[in-house]
Design a protein around this ligand. Sequence first.
Ligand SMILES: [Zn+2]
Length: 447
Amino acid sequence: MNRLPRAFILLCLVALALPFAAPLAAGSSPKRQAPAPQASPTPVRDEKLWRRALALQKRAIVVDGHNDIPTIMADEDYDIGVSSVGKYHTDIARLKQGGMTGEFFSIYVDRQYATPEWVAKNYTTQGGSARRALDLIDVSYRMIEKYPQDLMLATSTADIRRAKKEGKVGVLMGIEGGHAIENSLPALREFYRLGVRYMTLTHNNTNEWADACCDTARHGGLSDFGKEVVAEMNRLGMLVDVSHVSDETMSDVLDVSKAPVICSHSSARVFSNHKRNVPDELLKRIAQNGGVVMVNFYPAFLDEKVRVAGLERDERLKAQHAALREQFKDDPKRLDEESKKLDDANPIPNTTLSMLVDHIEHIAKVAGIDHVGLGSDFDGVPNLPEGIRDVSDLPNITYELLRRGHSDEEVLKILGGNFMRVFAEAERVAAVERRKISGEGSLRRLK
Ligand SMILES: [Zn+2]
């Protein structure tokens, strides 16, 4: 049994989507729910501009900071070489259509794996957080092995450039949820050796060494051990990802990190007052640090009216969702379906691709054009803005940026150039730092 208990995912997703709802209510869509088919975008298209957008997309190094397809590959036995149009956001054909050069496969470790209940009940058969990460890394490797003409493992900027040259999609891996290292610097190093090139310090859950956006603060940001984790990541050349962490943690990381940081999938808080989003003062600090904020496409993170409508719907349907949970408590799959049906019968407004581009422009205005990128969260979110159905629609963003008057050079930076600069700088820091053996941390584990 590899399958995640759905009820648990539901709870986590509600925490992701609606951190201000208390107590947690069911009804928000789960992390891995199939996207609803959406209407085709671009009602009146300037064909000449569209051709320019497609040509630019073809020329660009396009890097996406976050894609959750490995969870689906592992839990649903999904083969990424098989078309999943209308069901998932990602397959090989659409990655290529979207012009993807480097896609970060999310090695997402749910918080449940770190709970004493999980360990007591399941450790013998399913392991813990690190084992879950290993399983997702394995499924990523297996897909790369199965489709060597289309995919290649990418662990460096040089690899990403090689993928571009060879017309392949470079698969990068990023761990989501620092509890995956099970409080061990040796485990962190093993993940680096396997090819993991970023780690999101927390998911929505506070762990033993860092506070999360959407959970109780226990450390006032980053603990001393958390600072050792960051130092070791710098030394290795693993990017420090500050999506999902609390503002205090982000600030602490910016104080201590020797390399530029990334937000692999976060948007601007000014447009949606969600703790997952980055406030202007931290956007400015990330710019000073030389980092990049890769915009998340999730409508509730993009648009305050969607966020609020989601909260209101959850409140309205609270009793009905509670009844479903009771009725299908032994049938998580059915519960998932019925919860989705209930939500679908009570639709909330969506937002648009134009709003997504507003986030890009806002971050470019506050932090600078060199500090913004794309972090879709494909297949980790239940729905996307109008104008983006899946990964194949990335050129629509390029088109909209050009339509708003951005130069080719600016668009190339946003699509991946900025990320490449940050990654190269992290590699440079590591090349200097790695002469030290394991930093000061060496064999440190939390006692
Ligand atoms: Zn996430």
